[in-house]
Design a protein around this ligand. Structure first.
Ligand code: ADP
Ligand code: MG
Length: 318
C-alpha cells in the first residue's frame, strides 16, 4: 500500500468571501471528504494535514475582543486550538464518506508540535502577516507595548502584525505516527497531523519544549511529515488546478507531468510567488530530494484524478 499525504489549504477548508459560520465550514468539508474517500478507496494509505490561516485569524480577533474578561492566549495555543477544531471537523465529516465508499477506517487527530530553532534567521526578520489591520495610532501603541513588528499595507490602508516563519526542523509526534503506520494500521486509521505546519516549539535545556510566537508554513510542515513517515506521495491541495509558468500573464501554461529538475529550474527563474505557490514548490522539492516519489499540486475537484496521474501538476523525482 503506498502512502499519500494530502495537505488541505485555503478553499478546501473555507470558502473565500464566506460568512465564517461553523455550518458553512461543515458544508465545505462535506465537499472535500468525497475526494479523500476516493483516494482511500483506491487502496492508498491516507494521512491528512491542513492549513489554519483564517482560523487563527478568527481566534486572534475573538481573543482581542474578549480580553477584558478572558485573558488572551498566545499564538502557539491558538495553533493547538485550530488543530482541534479542524481535526474535529474532519473526524465528523470524513467517516460517513468513507462508509459510503465501503471503507472501514477511522479518523485520528493528533495535536502536533514542530520543533524550530531560535537561531533561525526568521526570528530576526518576521515576514508572515497575521491578524487584522490596525490604524496608525493603534499600531504605534502595539509596537511600544507588546514589541510587535508591524508592516503597512497600502492597498488595505492599515498596519498588520508580522511574525517569524521559521523552518520546521522536527515533528515531535512523528515517531508515534510512524510506529502506527509501520504496524500496518494505516489500513484502519486516517491520521490528521501537523495542522498549520504544527505548533512551533523550541527545545529547552532540560529537554522540555516551549511554544513560541511564530507560524510555520503549512506546506513545508507537510513536506517534513511526508518525509518522516516515508510516504511516497505528497499532494498539496489549493484553489488553483496546479502550478503555472507565466502565471496570470501572457503565455500562461499550466504544468502537468514534469520532473524535479524542471521544477527547480522554473523556481529558480522566479515563476512561483513567495508566500503562495513558492512555498508549495519548495515543499515539493524538499520532499522529492528527501526520498519522496511523487509530488502533486491540485485543487480538490481534481485531487483523486491527480493521484491517479490524470490531472494537476505531477512532479517525478527524475
Ligand atoms: P493555500 O491557502 O492553498 O496555501 P495560497 O494562496 O497560499 O493557497 O497559494 C495558492 C495561490 O498561489 C493561487 O491562488 C495563485 O493565485 C497563486 N500563485 C502564485 N504563483 C502561481 C503560479 N506560478 N501558478 C499557480 N498559482 C500561483
Ligand atoms: Mg498558503
Amino acid at each position: 500500500m503506498s502512502g499519500v499525504l494530502v495537505a488541505l489549504g485555503g478553499n478546501a477548508l473555507q470558502r473565500a468571501g464566506g460568512s465564517g459560520t461553523w455550518a458553512e465550514a461543515r458544508a465545505q468539508m462535506r465537499g472535500t471528504v468525497s475526494a479523500l474517500s476516493e483516494i482511500a478507496a483506491s487502496g492508498h494509505e491516507l494521512v491528512l494535514s491542513h492549513g489554519n490561516g483564517p482560523q487563527v485569524g478568527a481566534l486572534l480577533r475573538q481573543n482581542e475582543l474578549g480580553q477584558r474578561e478572558v485573558p488572551a492566549r498566545p499564538l502557539d495555543v491558538l495553533g493547538a486550538e485550530t488543530q482541534g477544531q479542524i481535526g474535529y471537523l474532519i473526524q465528523t465529516e470524513l467517516p460517513p464518506a468513507l462508509r459510503r465508499a465501503k471503507i472501514e477506517r477511522s479518523v485520528l487527530s493528533i495535536i502536533s508540535r514542530t520543533e524550530v530553532s531560535l537561531r533561525d534567521p526568521a526570528f530576526r526578520r518576521p515576514t508572515k502577516p497575521v491578524g487584522r489591520y490596525y490604524p496608525e495610532e493603534e499600531a504605534r501603541l502595539l509596537r511600544k507595548r507588546l514589541g510587535w513588528v508591524l508592516q503597512f499595507d497600502g492597498a488595505r490602508g492599515g498596519w498588520r502584525r508580522l511574525v517569524p516563519s521559521p523552518k520546521p526542523v522536527r515533528w515531535l509526534e512523528g515517531p508515534a505516527v510512524r510506529e502506527l503506520l509501520r504496524a500496518g494500521l494505516g489500513e484502519r486509521w486516517v491520521p490528521v497531523v501537523a495542522g498549520g505546519g504544527g505548533i512551533p516549539v523550541v527545545r529547552r535545556k532540560d529537554g522540555g519544549y516551549d511554544g513560541v510566537e511564530a507560524v510555520i508554513d503549512k506546506d513545508l510542515g507537510a513536506s517534513l511529515v511526508a518525509r518522516e513517515l516515508g510516504l511516497s506521495t505528497l499532494a498539496i491541495v489549493t484553489d488553483v488546478p496546479g502550478a503555472a509558468v507565466h502565471f496570470g500573464r501572457k503565455g500562461e501554461r499550466w504544468l502537468g507531468e514534469t520532473t524535479l529538475d524542471e521544477l527547480v529550474r522554473f523556481h529558480e527563474a522566479g515563476e512561483f510567488s513567495a508566500g503562495s505557490m513558492g512555498p508549495k514548490v519548495e515543499a515539493g522539492i524538499e520532499f522529492l530530494r528527501g526520498g519522496g516519489t511523487r509530488f502533486l499540486i491540485t485543487d480538490i475537484a481534481s485531487l483523486s484524478r491527480a493521484v491517479a496521474g490524470e490531472a494537476g501538476t505531477r512532479v517525478r523525482r527524475s
